[in-house]
Design a protein around this ligand. Structure first.
Ligand SMILES: Nc1nc2c(ncn2[C@@H]2O[C@H](COP(=O)(O)OP(=O)(O)O[C@H]3O[C@H](CO)[C@@H](O)[C@H](O)[C@@H]3O)[C@@H](O)[C@H]2O)c(=O)[nH]1
Ligand SMILES: [Mg+2]
Length: 194
């Protein structure tokens, strides 16, 4: 493995801060042979996020969500609807607090215990986001509302319960195409959680 390149950021130009932050970053990259190259990259900073696979090991079920995702609609997903694990951005919370809050908002389940299993950069060439992935057990006693997301954020989230086998088969059938959801379902399978 080669040693890490030396990096010197020479300019950060704000292209948009309309909602999240898009910067154009110019940097010097010193190669192994000491030659310096100037690089330019656009970088989208939307903060970090967290996602969680809610599972019930007795019923052998999982909770997933379904919502409209515009970027997928613009790139080949005919309905724009995506089946995903519950997920959200961290805001000012740490990842664990954020995913507990997000789980209640989106699914109506109030969790007290979650376990972090994966930390991942989902698009390292252009998006800064680290996604913290969790698992958590749910049962009916934890249901405190119908979920659905915040009206103020126009979330319109449908809450779905599938058997683990049904959900897993939806990866192969192409009904589940969201990366974090595939990773967590595969994690559950590999670890024999359900
Ligand atoms: N007005 C406006 N609202 C926006 C915009 N972008 C996002 N929002 C609002 O911000 C909310 C963010 O909802 P969260 O539940 O916090 O995030 P998320 O969109 O579910 O993101 C999660 O999934 C992503 C996709 O898999 C992940 O990338 C992300 O890390 C996170 O886990 C959206 O529902 C939407 O209302 C925008 O450009 N304009
Ligand atoms: Mg969300």
């Amino acid at each position: 493995m080669r040693k890490n390149p030396e990096i010197e950021i020479t300019e950060t130009k704000l292209l948009s801060d309309n909602w999240y932050i898009l910067n154009k970053v110019t940097f010097n990259y010193t190669k192994e042979n000491e030659k310096v190259e100037s690089h330019i990259r656009e970088v989208y900073d939307r903060g970090n996020g967290a996602g969680i696979l809610l599972y019930n090991s007795i019923k052998k079920t999982v909770i997933l969500t379904r919502q409209f995702r515009l970027p997928t609609y613009l790139n080949g997903n005919k309905t724009g609807m995506m089946i995903e694990v519950c997920a959200g951005l961290l805001d000012k919370d740490n990842a664990e607090q954020a995913i507990i809050r997000e789980t209640e908002e989106e699914t109506g389940y109030r969790l007290t215990k979650v376990q972090k299993v994966i930390e991942t950069y989902m698009s390292p060439g252009s998006v800064t986001e680290i996604l913290y992935l969790f698992i958590g057990e749910y049962d009916e006693s934890m249901k405190v509302s119908s979920g659905g997301g915040l009206d103020a954020e126009q979330e319109n989230i449908e809450v779905l319960e599938y058997t683990f086998d049904e959900a897993y088969a939806m990866i192969e059938s192409g009904e589940i195409t969201d990366a974090k959801t595939i990773m967590l379902l595969q994690h559950a399978k590999i670890k024999g959680l359900i």
